[in-house]
Ligand binder design. Structure first.
Ligand SMILES: [Zn+2]
Length: 466
């Protein structure tokens, strides 16, 4: 049975343009060349060691015959991050014209700031919440030896260009390249100095320590001559402005623009976060200006706010939001363009819509399906074409889905619609973790929930499980 109801749309306000703060976003600090020289001298045996590792089958990914290391993505999402697995956005590349006052990235665009010598990758959306929840790891981009670990500087929530040093980890690779991972979370280091790490080894969690405006990973690269490297490189000469090296240092280079939805969420009111957003926008990077207002359980008749975190969208891209009740009936459809006010591609945006649940809403798990229709992007300058991606989020109506555990828990738990998540995390007393999944929640070996933990599972028909 189709249900009709009147839903109210959030008023679309003209987004404010981000001014100087964007230019100074993610400021970091440079280390002296002496530090690198010292590390290489101290670990002069590393190339030989890694060569031995490679010859004996310990180094899996990279070829020692290459002119330089090849990197994999220096981040991994934690299994405790539910819903849609898009969790980052690139904010700044290496400035190619350091010293002349302008800021130009490897693709002859302006996605950097003057003097920036690394890659800034923001957690997105609600980066402070993601930081607090340890949703993202930094990961070794290539095999190597850990040469520096600092995770004792206690200013994870910094949002200012001040003088404190950044927590960081540095790795020396087989070709004497050094990669660094900055602004990491206090006490989160999972590796030690002198430790050999495989590519993809989880290093630490992401925070905002040091000279940093918001939780993000600053990943930078220096080659054996201590020259800064920009791992990104365009194969199209007319779109190539990397003056630091002559090829890509990635195994699989990501596109300059990655139009996508990072996440669909539900809220009990209009959330507040930094970035382009139709309402609830603030222009401060600082933690006290973020309010996620997340809610996944609602009552019949209540207003539901749907948020979509959008990354690299073109202003002419469009969203179609469909809401389905537990019986499979569509009762809300919302069609919107991404923006009618902004020009070009929008690095990050959080769009909010709202609707009122029927007073006789069906009890159980409701499904939000978001179809994102977008103009694709080709790094070689080729024509874009229209494509569609689908994203799903669940919320419940009229359910009680909290359960205080009275014993330790393991094994499979819960059944819902489609999709699934897995967890190997440990829940301690006082933890309050929400699992939301379409199909089932698989508690892998290693998952531990201490008695007294609150466990929430969002399940069709309102069952919860332990
Ligand atoms: Zn940076």
């Amino acid at each position: 049975m189709m249900k009709k109801l009147i839903f109210s749309l959030v008023v679309w306000l003209i987004p404010f343009l981000i001014l100087s703060q964007e230019m100074n976003d993610n400021f970091t600090e440079r280390l002296s060349q002496e530090i690198y020289e010292k590390a290489r001298n101290a670990y002069s045996q590393v190339p030989e060691f890694l060569k031995w590792q490679s010859e004996n089958g310990y180094v899996k990914q990279r070829s020692l015959n290459a002119n330089h290391v090849l990197f994999s993505w220096p981040m991994r999402v934690n299994s405790n991050y539910d819903d849609i697995p898009n969790y980052y956005m690139i904010q700044n590349y290496v400035d190619q014209t350091w010293g002349n006052g302008s800021s130009d990235d490897w693709r002859c665009s302006g996605r950097t700031y003057e003097g920036h010598e690394g890659l800034d990758i923001n957690l997105f959306p609600f980066w402070w919440r993601m930081k607090d929840n340890d949703n993202v790891f930094a990961a070794a981009a290539a095999p190597g030896i850990v040469i520096s670990v600092e995770d004792g500087i206690n200013n994870d929530d910094n949002c200012a260009n001040d003088g404190m040093g950044a927590n960081h980890i540095a790795i020396l690779h087989a070709d004497s390249t050094i990669t660094r991972y900055l602004h990491i979370k206090t006490g989160s280091a999972l590796v030690q100095v002198d430790q050999y790490v495989e590519e993809g080894k989880l290093l630490c969690h992401i925070a905002s320590s040091g000279r940093s405006s918001n939780p993000h990973l600053h990943f930078d690269v220096r080659n054996k001559n201590n020259d800064w490297i920009e791992p990104f490189f365009s194969t199209n000469p007319s779109l190539e402005c990397n003056i630091r090296n002559t090829d890509s240092w990635w195994q699989n280079q990501k596109k300059f623009y990655e139009p996508q939805i990072n996440r669909v969420m539900t809220h009990n009111s209009i959330p507040a976060l930094q970035g382009y957003v139709n309402i609830g926008y603030n222009n401060s990077f600082c933690k006290n200006h973020e309010n996620a207002t997340t809610q996944n359980q609602f009552s019949a008749g209540q207003k539901v706010y749907v948020g979509a975190a959008i990354h690299d969208a073109l202003n002419t891209d469009s969203l179609k939001i469909t809401v389905t009740d537990p019986l499979g009936n569509v009762y809300i459809t919302i069609n919107k363009s991404v923006s009618t006010d902004l020009v070009g591609r929008i690095p990050r945006m959080y769009r909010v819509e709202s609707f009122d649940l029927p007073v006789n809403a069906v009890t159980g798990t409701h499904t939000i399906t978001l179809n994102y229709k977008y103009a694709s992007w080709q790094d070689n300058g080729g024509p874009s074409f229209i494509s569609t991606k689908t994203y799903v989020h669940y919320f419940t109506v009229g359910c009680t889905t909290n359960k205080v555990l009275i014993s330790t828990v393991s094994g499979r738990a819960g059944h819902i619609v489609s999709n699934s998540i897995s967890s190997t995390q440990t829940l301690n007393v006082g933890a309050n973790t929400i699992y939301q999944s379409g199909n089932y929640i698989d508690l892998k070996p290693g998952f531990t929930a201490t008695a007294g933990t609150t466990f929430k599972a969002k399940i069709r028909g309102c069952d919860y499980c332990d």
